[in-house]
Design a protein around this ligand. Structure first.
Ligand code: T1G
Length: 696
C-alpha cells in the first residue's frame, strides 16, 4: 500500500483503488490547502497507472463542512474550489464520495463533482450557504438541479436545511447508503464501476423546471420569506441559470457568489455564525466543570413551566413538575401534553416517542417530590414574595448540590438567592416563550453563583438545544432591558406623530419578525404596564414619560388576549384600533405636541440607535460580556434580523462615528434619554469598533 501525505489531503493506494482522505480538524473545512491538496491528489491518481478508481473520504467526524468560512474576510486564495472540483469530475477514473457526518456547502459540492456518492446511514447533506449571506458558489446551484430537478434543488438551497441519508437516497442525491463500514462499502461500490464511463453532471442538461412559471412563483414566495435577506433570492437567480449550458450557468453562479461574498449581509451573517459559538466561551468559567444533571424539577405548570418541562423531556431528562394544588397540577400536566401533541400533529414526533417522554414525567403537589432532582427550575408568577417563598421551600427539600434556578425575566436574583441557605447554588435561567421553541436562554449569574453552577447552566442549555448567553443582574438583564428602551422610543414617536401600525410596518420592513406594538399585543400589555408601575417610584424625574400605553391598559385593552390592544383582533387578524388612535391624539394635544410625520427610515434609526446605545451601556457595565452576546440575545430571542448581525454588528457596519453623531442629534431633543453611552464615545475616539471587544 503506497501512501503520500499531502498537507491535509492524503492518498493511499490499495489494490488499484486510491483512498483520498481529507483531514482538517475539527470539521474538514475546505481551506486553500485542501483545495490544492485535492488537485494534487487527482493529478497523482490520474498519473498512476496502478490506480483504476478513487474514493474521497473525510477524516474525523465529518466528510467536509464546506468552505473555510474564516477565509471569507480575506481576498480569495487560488486555487478556487470550482477548479478543485473540476479536477475530480474530469478524471477518466471513476471517483466516489464516501460521506459520513456531514457534507455541507462546498463539501456537498465536492461530492457532486465526484461521479458517485455513497453515504453512511447517519450522514446529513445540505447547502446552507444562504444562512451565511452567500450562495453555493462551486457548482452547487448548477449540478444539483441536474441531479434531483429544480424543485428539490430549490428547497435544499433556499432553506439551507440538511437532508438525511434516507431522504438523500430517495431524491437521487446519493447513489447508495452504505451497509457496514463506509470505506469498505465504498471500495466495493467503486470496484464494480471500474471501466464504466464516469457520469459527469456538468455534461448533462438540467431537466425542465417543474412548471412554466416555476421561477416566477418561487421568486414571489422567496421574497416574502426572505424578509430582506438577499442571498435567498439571489440563489434563485443562480439556480435559474442552470437552464443554460453548464459553463454559462457556472459563470453566472460565480458572479452572484462573488457579489454576495463581500456584502454587508454576508459579513453580518458570518458574525452571527461565529457569535453563536462564541457565547458559550465564558471567561469567568475558566474550566469550571458542570454538575451532573439527569433529572429536572419544574415548579409551576403555566405556559413557561410547561414549555420548560417539554424542552427538558425532549432533551432526555427525567422531569417532575410541582404545582400549588391538584387542579393547577392537572392544568400543568395538560399543558405539557398539549405541547407534545403539537409535535405529534405536525408529524415531528411519533405517538410512541410521546408516550416514552410522558413515562419520564411525573407531577406532584408536594415539594418533597423535588428532593432527588439535580436541577430545579422555578417558573411561577413574577412576584418577588412568591418567588422567595418558593425558594425557601426548595432550600428545605432539595438535595445538597442541586442547582436552584429561577426563570424570572427581571427580578433581582441576589434577593431570591438570599431566601435560601445555599446562594451559591442559585442561578437565573431565563427562558423565552414558547420555552420549548425559542432558542435563547439568558443565564444570569447572581453575585454568589459559583462557577460550576454557571457551567451547569450552559451545559443544560446546550443539551436543551438553546443558545445560552451569560448575563449579569440589572432590571431586564440584557434583552428585556433593551426592549424597555426601544419601547420608550416607540412610545415617544407615537406621541410625537407616528402611529403604532406605522412603527410596526417600519420595523418589519427593517427585518424584525414582528413590530413592537404587535409584540406587546401578543405578550399582553399588562406585563409592561406592571413593569412601569413597579418602576414608577424610582423613575428619574428627567425621564420623558408617555402615558398612552397606560391609558390603553386602563381601557381594559390588554392585547390579543382581550381581543383589543393597539390593534383590534377579529379571528386573530389585527387591524388598527381607531380608539387607540384617538387616545394617542388626545395625549399629544394634552402635552401641546404638534404631531408630525415620521418616515420609516427615521423610525428604524431611532429604534436601532436606542438598542445600540443601551447595548453599549450593558457591555460597559459588564451585564453582557461582549457586544456579540448582545447581538445573540437580540437575534435569538427578540426577532432581530440575523442578516444584520444584531444591533452591535449593525452599528459597526453603519460606522460608529455616524451612530454617535445621530445619537447626539437626538440628544438635542431629549438629553436624558439619548445620553450617549461612554463606551460608544470611547470607541469612536479610539477609532475602534464593537467587534474589537469581541475577542479572537
Ligand atoms: N469554516 C470554518 N470553521 C468552521 C466551519 C466552516 N465551514 N464550520 C464549523 N467551523 C468551526 C466552528 O466555528 C467551531 O470553531 C468548530 O468548527 C466546531 O464547529 C464553497 C462558499 C459542521 C455541522 O455553513 O454547520 O461552503 O468555536 O461547534 O456542533 O459554495 O459547524 O471550535 O473555534 O459548529 O460539531 C458552508 C457550517 C460554508 C457549515 C459541525 N458550510 N458548520 O457542528 O461543531 S460556505 C457551513 C456547521 C461554502 C461553498 C460555500 C457545523 C457542523 P470553534 P461547531 P458541531
Amino acid at each position: 500500500m503506497t501512501e503520500t501525505k499531502g498537507a491535509t489531503v492524503s492518498v493511499a493506494v490499495e489494490d488499484g483503488i486510491a483512498m483520498v482522505t481529507v483531514d482538517n480538524p475539527p470539521v474538514n473545512a475546505i481551506s486553500q490547502a485542501i483545495r490544492q491538496g485535492l488537485i494534487d491528489a487527482m493529478a497523482e491518481i490520474n498519473g498512476n497507472p496502478e490506480v483504476a478508481a478513487a474514493i474521497i473520504i473525510g477524516a474525523g467526524r465529518y466528510f467536509m463542512a464546506g468552505a473555510d468560512v474564516r477565509e471569507f474576510d480575506k481576498p480569495a486564495l487560488p486555487p478556487s474550489l470550482p477548479e478543485a472540483i473540476a479536477s475530480i469530475e474530469s478524471s477518466e477514473k471513476p471517483v466516489v464520495a464516501a460521506i459520513h457526518g456531514v457534507a455541507l456547502g462546498g463539501g456537498l459540492e465536492v461530492a457532486l463533482g465526484c461521479h458517485y456518492r455513497i453515504v453512511d446511514p447517519g450522514a446529513k447533506l445540505g447547502l446552507p450557504e444562504v444562512a451565511l449571506g452567500i450562495i453555493p458558489g462551486s457548482g452547487g446551484t448548477q449540478r444539483l438541479p441536474r441531479l434531483i430537478g429544480f424543485a428539490k434543488a430549490l428547497d435544499l438551497i433556499s432553506s439551507g436545511r440538511q437532508a438525511g441519508a434516507g431522504e438523500a437516497a430517495e431524491m437521487g442525491l446519493v447513489d447508495a447508503v452504505a451497509e457496514g463500514e463506509l470505506a469498505a462499502a465504498a471500495m466495493d461500490f467503486i470496484r464494480q464501476r471500474i471501466g464504466a464511463a464516469p457520469p459527469r453532471l456538468s455534461a448533462i442538461d438540467a431537466p425542465a423546471p417543474e412548471s412554466q412559471d416555476f421561477f416566477e412563483t418561487a421568486r414571489r414566495r422567496l421574497a416574502r420569506r426572505a424578509r430582506g435577506q438577499e442571498s435567498i433570492v439571489r440563489a434563485l437567480d443562480a439556480l435559474e441559470a442552470a437552464t443554460l449550458p453548464f459553463d454559462q450557468g457556472a459563470k453566472r453562479e460565480r458572479e452572484i457568489f462573488n457579489e454576495l461574498r463581500g456584502s454587508d449581509q454576508a459579513k453580518a451573517l458570518r458574525h452571527a455564525f461565529f457569535a453563536e459559538r462564541a457565547v458559550a466561551k465564558v471567561a469567568a468559567l475558566d474550566g469550571a466543570k458542570p454538575r451532573e444533571v439527569a433529572s429536572i424539577g419544574v415548579v409551576g405548570g403555566g405556559t413557561m413551566g410547561a414549555g420548560i418541562a417539554v424542552a427538558s423531556l425532549r432533551a432526555g431528562y427525567q422531569v417532575t413538575m410541582v404545582e400549588a394544588s391538584t387542579d393547577a397540577l392537572t392544568r400543568g400536566l395538560g399543558n405539557v401534553e398539549k405541547n407534545l401533541d403539537g409535535y405529534v400533529s405536525r408529524g415531528r414526533m411519533s405517538e410512541e416517542t410521546k408516550a416514552g417522554l410522558m413515562a419520564e414525567f411525573t407531577g406532584a403537589v408536594d415539594y418533597g417530590a423535588l428532593g432527588p432532582a439535580d436541577l430545579i427550575i422555578e417558573a411561577v408568577f413574577e412576584d418577588m414574595a412568591v418567588k422567595k417563598d418558593v425558594f425557601a421551600k426548595l432550600d428545605a427539600v432539595a438535595k445538597p448540590g442541586a442547582v436552584l434556578a429561577t426563570n424570572t425575566s427581571y427580578l433581582d436574583i441576589d434577593e431570591i438567592a438570599a431566601a435560601t441557605n445555599r446562594p451559591g447554588d442559585v442561578i437565573g435561567l431565563h427562558f423565552f416563550a414558547p420555552a420549548h421553541i425559542m432558542r435563547l436562554l439568558e443565564i444570569i449569574r447572581a453575585a454568589s453563583t459559583t462557577p460550576d453552577v454557571v457551567a451547569t447552566g450552559f451545559a443544560v442549555g446546550r443539551r436543551l438545544g438553546k443558545v445560552g448567553v451569560l448575563a449579569g443582574i440589572c432590571d431586564g438583564f440584557i434583552g428585556n432591558r433593551i426592549s424597555a428602551k426601544f419601547r420608550q422610543q416607540a412610545y415617544a414617536m407615537i406621541e410625537d406623530g407616528a402611529l403604532p401600525w406605522e412603527v410596526d410596518a417600519a420595523m418589519e420592513a427593517f427585518g424584525m419578525a414582528m413590530g413592537p406594538f404587535r409584540v406587546m399585543d401578543l405578550s399582553g400589555l399588562d406585563i409592561t404596564w406592571a413593569m412601569r408601575k413597579r418602576q414608577a417610584p424610582t423613575r428619574d424625574p428627567r425621564e420623558r414619560y408617555v402615558a398612552i400605553a397606560d391609558r390603553i391598559c386602563e381601557a381594559g385593552w390588554l392585547g390579543q388576549k382581550t381581543g383589543r390592544g393597539w390593534y383590534v383582533y377579529e379571528d386573530g387578524k389585527p387591524s388598527p384600533n381607531a380608539d387607540a388612535e384617538s387616545i394617542i391624539i388626545e395625549e399629544s394635544e394634552k402635552k401641546g405636541i404638534a404631531r408630525r410625520p415620521f418616515t420609516a427610515q427615521e423610525i428604524q434609526d431611532r429604534i436601532l440607535y436606542a438598542m445600540i446605545n443601551e447595548g453599549a451601556k450593558i457591555v460597559e457595565e459588564g451585564i453582557a460580556q461582549r457586544p456579540l452576546d448582545v447581538d445573540m440575545v437580540e437575534i435569538m430571542g427578540y426577532g432581530f434580523p440575523r442578516w444584520r448581525g444584531g444591533p452591535m454588528c449593525a452599528a459597526d457596519i453603519i460606522g460608529l462615528d455616524q451612530v454617535l453623531g445621530k445619537i447626539r442629534d437626538y440628544a438635542r431633543e431629549d438629553a436624558f434619554y439619548w445620553a450617549p453611552a461612554p463606551l460608544l464615545q470611547r470607541l469612536v475616539a479610539d477609532g475602534k469598533t464593537f467587534s474589537d471587544l469581541n475577542g479572537g
